[in-house]
Write a protein that binds this ligand. Structure first.
Ligand SMILES: O=C(O)CCC(=O)C(=O)O
Ligand SMILES: [Fe+2]
Length: 325
């Protein structure tokens, strides 16, 4: 199965069609100049937020120095959640345009989750005792909710081109199977948001196949929250020349920002209030902007982003809204 072509950010009908038909879409979001700026800013931010981590000295690239994220998955939400680079990505004009076009709403009606960065080091420099980070095939949305909750997304801060580079794997068309029937068939527990599909799924549905995406820095991948997906570690067979170097810094490991936006008008007032508190207290969330699970981070211990303007005015009275730049 071929990967879908990357879409122009303004071709929203193609993006919508990919999402509806296949379950994911790849979008050229930032040009190479801007994506390089974001990359450099992010590296600087990691240095600011993670004392001891030095971008020029790979011996400092340890799990400990990066505040418990070689994986950066939501449960390891950390000080980077509210860092300047992550907010710059979330609040980038093109990203806001993309999501507001997708939901057919004004950008001020968008609400974002407080996810973090996913950072994965090349195996040559991580402690070999650590498990390679990988995520088994799963969906992040309970079977009881049969509609698309958010479109989930990652912004690629670095490129991950080949299979050896690790990164996101999607299972095209699987979003059509999500629901109570599948829950019954797979005998999974009720009301679980992170559902790892058992092996039998692939026996029942042999037509559902994994597709490791080839992505370049500056692209965004969107997927339907009912789509099965997984993530591969960086392989030890990866070409060592491609490791971070001053000539080719964007090939430094795998680095993504998770950005899930939803239409705020679907969010109840209590949740908005809790999110405002969560923002002030430096909490992160999972991928669900409309029904977030709050996660304590280290954000309050480190410099906070200057790029967020937080409006505390109730949702009905403003179009400046909650938590978006
Ligand atoms: O590729 C990754 O980092 C994990 C993606 C994932 O499972 C998610 O964002 O929900
Ligand atoms: Fe996921």
């Amino acid at each position: 199965m071929e990967q879908l072509p990357a879409r122009n950010i303004n071709h929203i009908w193609e993006i919508r069609q990919d999402l509806e038909r296949v379950g994911y879409s790849i979008v050229d979001a930032l040009d190479s100049k801007e994506s390089m700026e974001i990359f450099l800013k992010t590296m600087k931010d990691i240095e600011n937020v993670c004392p001891g981590w030095d971008q020029k000295d790979t011996t400092t690239w340890t799990e400990e120095n990066i505040l418990a994220t070689n994986c950066g998955f939501v449960d390891y939400n950390n000080g980077l959640t509210h860092s300047d680079s992550v907010w710059t990505i979330r609040g980038h004009h093109n990203i806001l345009t993309l999501f507001s076009n997708l939901y057919n709403c004004h950008r001020d009606n968008l609400i974002v989750s407080f996810d973090t960065l996913g950072i994965r080091y090349p195996p040559e420099i991580v402690d070999s005792e650590l498990d390679p980070y990988q995520v088994d095939p799963h969906v992040d949305q309970r079977f009881e909710n049969s509609f698309v909750e958010p479109y989930q997304a990652i912004y690629c801060i670095t490129s991950s081109i080949d299979r050896e580079d690790g990164g996101l794997v999607v299972y095209p068309y699987s979003h059509k199977l999500h629901g109570l029937e599948l829950q019954k068939q797979l005998k999974t527990k009720p009301n679980i948001d992170f559902i790892v599909y058992p092996k039998q799924f692939f026996e029942y549905y042999p037509e559902i196949k994994p597709l490791k995406l080839s992505l370049i820095a500056g692209q965004v991948v969107l997927w339907d929250s009912r789509l099965l997906h997984s993530s591969l570690p960086i392989s030890p067979d990866r070409n060592r020349n491609e490791i971070y170097s001053s000539e080719n810094p964007m090939l430094f490991s795998r680095m993504v920002a998770y950005i899930c936006y939803a239409d705020k008008r679907k969010c109840n007032k209590d949740i908005i209030d809790k999110r405002v508190e969560a923002f002030k207290e430096g909490y992160g969330t999972n991928h669900m902007p409309l029904r977030p699970r709050f996660i304590k981070t280290h954000a309050d211990e480190y410099p906070r982003s200057n790029s967020v303007k937080l409006s505390l005015v109730p949702i009905e009275e403003t179009n400046n809204g909650c938590i978006c730049s």
